[in-house]
Ligand binder design. Structure first.
Ligand SMILES: *Cc1c(COP(=O)(O)O)cnc(C)c1O
Length: 404
């Protein structure tokens, strides 16, 4: 694997323009500085790059292919290609950064990986990476989410991770974040908090982006090989924003390539708490240790957010996205639950590919572009597969799609 982990942004303090940085207590800043220094050193080491490249190829199954979705394209007058991250080991792009973080933690001499998880996807990917590299793993999860997402809890147990229930408040993701942070502060020297997207204090937005950039690096080459040209458009869903930056990064300097980030409009963009469209509806502010666009209530607390895709309901977004929005390099818009579910069934029935409901947001946007008259090629990052979503989708939407 070529070392492409260098970029003008962020600056040494972790800023992308005015966004990013690190807003954390001083004792933790010392630890974070150590992680930054170690990462900057390790990412130059041929041994590290080779090891990660070997795992991407022989463990994850990279490179993931690009598939020309001809039937779907014909049905909406578009020309849609899919970057198949759904075919990765564990079923999504998350394994790309979990392996990078696990290898870094191991090299730094850490004993344990910890993280919070909402629906359990990040927890399973991290527990997988921990098992592989030989680190302990604690995953914090709301008690309510543990019941809802029971299969993922079982997976984490089988993989040898401890799943620690967050039992206060609403017992969901927000409480899991608090519990994980508390657990981390008990022993930040031996534990490594593996953040699950391009969010959090510096260096995580940079580091997770770098680990995900393999997606765009592969895709840019594959697409040119397939078609003789660059794509006219690249589309990805945006929760925290890791799969989007993963595919966008390779195309940032290609001015002919339009980049589109798709946020979840949930049930309604007009009602607070019914969407998670951070850049469409939010304002810049500081939360969870970094500055970015965010959705806040009147007290400045993170707003309740909602999407049918639990991987997308986060009240902020990676700081590089805020920067790319302000400079106009990426066009951010949103797709609601209904459109995403429709795309979920369209892709399943026209191409035989059941997407994650998160990824279905990107597919829906590409379909809308076609129906809106877009004639250029559209490369969609299909960030994950939908196995995890089938029971929920059939229970809530099955009848409308002829499933009884
Ligand atoms: C977690 C997840 C996402 C959202 O995370 P990003 O950091 O925005 O990429 C998107 N798609 C899938 C399949 C996921 O599991």
């Amino acid at each position: 694997m070529k070392n492409t982990f260098t970029s003008a942004l962020p600056d040494a303090q972790g800023y992308f323009g005015e966004y990013g940085g690190s807003f954390i207590p001083e004792p933790l800043q010392v630890i974070m500085d150590d992680i930054t220094a170690s990462y900057l050193e390790i990412r130059q080491e041929p041994g590290f790059i080779e090891e990660l490249g070997r795992l991407y190829k022989h463990y994850v199954g990279r490179p993931s292919p690009i598939f020309h979705a001809e039937s779907l394209s014909a049905s909406c007058g578009a020309d849609i290609y899919l970057k198949r991250e759904d075919l990765n080991h564990t079923g999504a792009h998350k394994i790309n950064h979990c392996l990078g973080e696990a290898l870094l933690a191991k090299k730094m001499g850490k004993k344990k990986l910890i993280a919070e998880t909402g629906a359990g996807q990040h927890g399973v990917a991290l527990a997988t990476a921990a098992a592989l590299v030989g680190l302990e793993c604690d995953i914090y999860m709301g008690e309510v989410d543990m019941k809802k997402e029971h299969p993922n809890v079982v997976r984490m147990h089988i993989l040898g991770a401890r799943v620690i229930p967050a039992t206060h408040g609403r017992k969901t993701l927000k409480e899991a974040v608090d519990a994980a942070f508390e657990g981390y502060m008990n022993d930040p020297v031996n534990q490594f908090y593996a953040i699950g997207s391009v969010v959090g204090p510096h260096p995580f937005p940079m580091m997770v982006r770098d680990f995900q950039s393999i997606v765009g690096n592969e895709a840019r080459e594959q697409f040119q090989e397939m078609t003789g040209a660059l794509p006219d458009n690249v589309v990805a869903c945006v929760g925290g924003g890791s799969n989007a930056l993963g595919i966008f990064t390779a195309f940032l300097d290609d001015s002919s390539v339009q980049l589109h980030g798709v946020e979840p409009a949930g049930r309604s963009l007009e009602v607070d708490g019914e969407h998670a469209a951070t850049m469409t509806k939010g304002k810049p502010g500081v939360m969870h240790g970094f500055k970015s666009y965010m959705l806040q209530d009147e007290q400045g607390e993170p707003m309740e957010v909602y999407s049918v895709a639990s991987g997308l309901d986060y009240p902020s977004v990676g700081p590089q996205h805020s920067y790319l929005k302000d400079i106009g390099r990426v066009n951010y818009s949103s797709v609601d639950d209904r459109e995403a579910i429709d795309a979920f069934f369209s892709l399943s029935r026209q191409e035989g590919i059941i997407p994650a409901v998160e990824s279905a947001h990107a597919v829906a946007y590409a379909m809308k572009m076609g129906l809106g008259g877009e004639k250029g090629s559209i490369l969609v990052n299909l960030s994950g597969r939908g196995d995890k979503d089938i029971d929920f989708v059939v229970e809530h939407y099955g009848r409308e799609y002829g499933i009884t």
